[in-house]
Write a protein that binds this ligand. Structure first.
Ligand SMILES: NC(=O)c1ccc[n+]([C@@H]2O[C@H](COP(=O)([O-])OP(=O)(O)OC[C@H]3O[C@@H](n4cnc5c(N)ncnc54)[C@H](OP(=O)(O)O)[C@@H]3O)[C@@H](O)[C@H]2O)c1
Length: 332
């Protein structure tokens, strides 16, 4: 939908200010502009939200359940998953939340999560890749993969592949990846993705993985778009969550009065999930219900031909890294 010109002008001014856009001022102002509409209902739809036990993922799960969807949340924390399920059951008087526990850093566990979901929900309309964390120290997964890359990139890749049969059973499957504005600082470079110990910087590793999510979203769209899939990446803004407290404590303290609520951070996820088919184009990067350029800084934008090469190279790398990883632990 094209919004009225005054709304677009205000939106652009906010975007140019960066702080105005990413802080709580973004949704505060944009939601009052003409063209910002209520969410459509999601009755009859099934949505999967990774990292649905906390922060933005929990807020997205709650809102989609309130809109009528059946929601599957994944996470590692049994108590938090159970608590969210109970709260929503009490609010709605129906058991709208299913929980599937598992660690997305472990490729075997990703397979187990996916197979459990498919066995219980043969049709999945919406898949939200939300789970993630900014990790100060470098660690490796059970398969010997750097943790940030494993959770933000390989887990979404494998989970999507494993859920394809259930996604194909939906009339208009949509896959939404929660990236971050942090990715603006990095250009995509495959060799620098899995950072070795002597170069490791948690913020850079996170930003590179989030940049790679944008490249993967574009590649997903090229590969599966012709089948009717829609892939989106989005930035939730700066949101007050346990993840922000742990990952960027100083930033979180300084920005505290300006941080969004988890519901404000989840707004665009739910809007993309609930929107009518064809209302949004796939392969784009969104913030506050509007597609944004994924490039602000010089040197981060590849040319069109290079973008295609990078997408293909990332796909090949993810496929091979997953195969090697699963072979390493004998999971397949
Ligand atoms: N907060 C912000 O300002 C901000 C800004 C930009 C982007 N983001 C992105 O938004 C997403 C959600 O972050 P948040 O701020 O809401 O953080 P959060 O409150 O810490 O939530 C993170 C979720 O991810 C799950 N998770 C993390 N590692 C996992 C693993 N190895 N296996 C399974 N689940 C895992 C956690 O589940 P368990 O603890 O139950 O395992 C939790 O539900 C992340 O991708 C983050 O990068 C956040």
């Amino acid at each position: 939908m094209t919004r009225p010109l005054p709304s677009r002008i205000v939106d652009s001014v906010l975007e140019g200010s960066i702080v105005g856009s990413f802080s709580r001022m973004g949704p505060l102002i944009r939601s009052r502009l003409p063209g910002w509409e209520d969410f459509p209902r999601m009755d009859g739809m099934t949505a999967v939200v990774t990292g649905g036990t906390s922060g933005i993922g929990a807020a997205a799960a709650r809102k989609m359940a309130l809109l009528g969807a059946d929601v599957v949340i994944t996470g590692r924390d049994r108590k938090r998953a159970g608590d969210l399920r109970k709260t929503i059951r009490a609010a709605l008087d129906r058991d709208a939340i299913d929980t599937v526990l598992g660690d997305l850093s472990d490729l075997g566990s990703v397979q187990h999560i996916a197979r459990t979901i498919v066995s219980r929900h043969p049709r999945v309309d919406v898949l939200v890749h939300n789970a993630g964390a900014l990790l100060r120290d470098r660690t490796e997964t059970r398969q010997g993969i750097e943790m940030t890359v494993a959770v933000h990139l390989l887990a979404p890749f494998l989970l999507t592949e494993e859920l394809l049969p259930a996604l194909r059973a939906a009339p208009h499957p949509r896959i939404i990846t929660v990236s971050s504005g942090g990715m603006y600082t990095q250009r995509f470079e495959l060799p620098g993705l899995e950072m070795p110990l002597d170069q490791y910087n948690g913020t850079v590793a996170y930003a590179r993985a989030k940049r790679a999510q944008i490249v993967l979203t574009e590649e997903w769209q090229r590969r599966y778009g012709p089948e009717g899939f829609t892939f989106h990446a989005m930035h939730p803004g700066w949101v007050a969550t346990p993840g922000l407290d742990t990952g960027l404590p100083l930033f979180g303290r300084i920005m505290k009065p300006l941080l969004r609520t988890p519901a404000e951070g989840a707004d665009t996820i739910v809007w993309l999930a609930a929107g009518s088919p064809g209302s949004t184009h796939g392969g784009q990067f969104w913030c506050d219900r509007t597609p944004r350029s994924p490039y602000y800084l010089p040197g981060t934008r590849p040319g069109a031909a290079r973008a295609l090469i990078e997408g293909k190279a990332l796909w090949k790398w993810c496929t091979e890294r997953i195969q090697d990883g699963l072979r390493h632990t004998g999971d397949r």
